[in-house]
Ligand binder design. Structure first.
Ligand SMILES: NC(=O)c1ccc[n+]([C@@H]2O[C@H](COP(=O)([O-])OP(=O)(O)OC[C@H]3O[C@@H](n4cnc5c(N)ncnc54)[C@H](O)[C@@H]3O)[C@@H](O)[C@H]2O)c1
Length: 333
């Protein structure tokens, strides 16, 4: 099969290698000319300085990437998704299958990527939509380390086709799911919880506190998944708890790392200056704060993170705020 990857950063270029390993033809589109040159001329991953297959090619021409295949893998940060999809829609003249691999929620609208796609891409250009997500550090997939993902779509045939496209016998096993909403939302909320877990680590609160935050974070994932209309079971699978486990205490996660820096007293301005890549979890915290207001949801961990990051609440006050909540019995609901 031929596939076009839109965004050749840490994850997009890594998926490019996976798809070439699986026998597919791939073109990567990226706005960063240096990344494109690195892939085409040095055959090296733009982030990890590891070799890439020579048959993996990249381009700075969006129309070249769109004309190359009927499958578009969206691997750009969610903050550019709406404007990029607008450009894609204006450039397209035939229907495409969209596969989103980015994990986020749009802060102002609280929309998921599938909702943005439906809003922006005209019906005649949209053959189908799926999300590919789950516990996956690009740093490990690029080294062909064993990884399990989930491909979710309301179109079962599309999900099953893509399951075989992305799976292989050596390091990648992909499950299907019909709960598109649950899978999309889990990936975004776990990034927010990973930031908080990093904050606790940066504050040197200890492993007890981190385990508690992660566990109560799962409750917040469940609430958000259900608020969007996703299934509770999905929150406990690869795309929810699975992805939270891989992210919430790992230095490979830029969300965890950003949280750690917040916890140790750095300002967001400093963090953004040093971290060149997107920190989806911070945007997710902003979006989930909006969602909680709109839907009257109780998300106490995400709410204090919002106050620390966006309202400059001293982090120790945030801890006190969580600890002085009314005592209650432990429940998932
Ligand atoms: N890195 C991972 O391990 C990983 C794993 C799973 C999912 N994800 C998700 O994938 C998404 C991308 O993450 P990443 O780690 O690859 O980020 P990244 O910052 O490494 O890469 C993003 C790429 O998108 C490109 N880009 C930005 N705006 C563009 C535009 N308008 N047109 C074309 N290209 C554009 C950038 O040049 C960059 O190469 C995020 O939502 C992230 O949550 C990442």
């Amino acid at each position: 099969m031929k596939l076009s990857i839109i965004g050749g950063g840490a994850w997009g270029a890594t998926l490019g290698q996976l798809l070439v390993d699986n026998g597919h033809e791939v073109v990567i589109y990226d706005i960063n000319e240096q990344f494109v040159q690195t892939i085409n001329q040095k055959h090296v991953h733009p982030f990890f300085d590891l070799p890439l297959p020579e048959t993996l090619v990249a381009t700075v021409s969006l129309s070249e990437a769109l004309n190359f295949s009927d499958y578009l893998v969206l691997a750009v940060p969610t903050k550019v998704m709406r404007s990029l999809l607008n450009t894609i829609n204006q450039t397209l003249n035939s229907p495409k299958y969209f596969i989103n691999v980015s994990k986020g929620i749009e802060p102002d609208t609280t929309k998921r990527v599938s909702e943005i796609v439906e809003e922006v891409v005209s019906k005649e250009n949209l053959a189908g939509f799926a999300v590919l997500t789950g516990p996956s550090h690009a740093e490990e997939v690029i080294r062909r380390k064993l990884t399990l993902l989930t491909i979710a779509s309301s179109n079962t045939e599309m999900a099953q086709t893509l399951q075989t496209v992305f799976s292989n016998d050596t390091y990648m096993r992909v499950y299907t799911s019909d709960d598109l909403i649950g899978c999309e939302v889990g990936g975004a909320v776990k990034n927010a919880i990973a930031v908080v877990s990093g904050m606790a680590t940066g504050l040197d609160m200890g492993e007890n506190a981190r385990a508690a935050l992660i566990t109560r974070g799962i409750v917040e994932i469940v609430r958000v998944v259900e608020a969007y209309g996703g299934k509770r079971d999905t929150a406990f699978g690869l795309t929810g708890v699975g992805d939270l486990i891989v992210t919430a205490s790992s230095e490979n996660s830029r969300n965890f790392r950003a949280g750690k820096q917040i916890g140790s007293g750095k300002s967001m301005e400093q963090i953004y200056q040093e971290e060149k890549q997107t920190i989806e979890g911070v945007r997710a915290i902003e979006a989930l704060h909006q969602l909680a207001l709109k839907k009257g949801l109780s998300l106490p961990i995400i709410e204090v993170a919002y106050q620390v990051i966006f309202e400059r609440m001293p982090i120790n006050d945030a801890v006190t705020k969580l600890l002085t909540r009314t005592l209650k019995s432990e429940k998932i609901d």
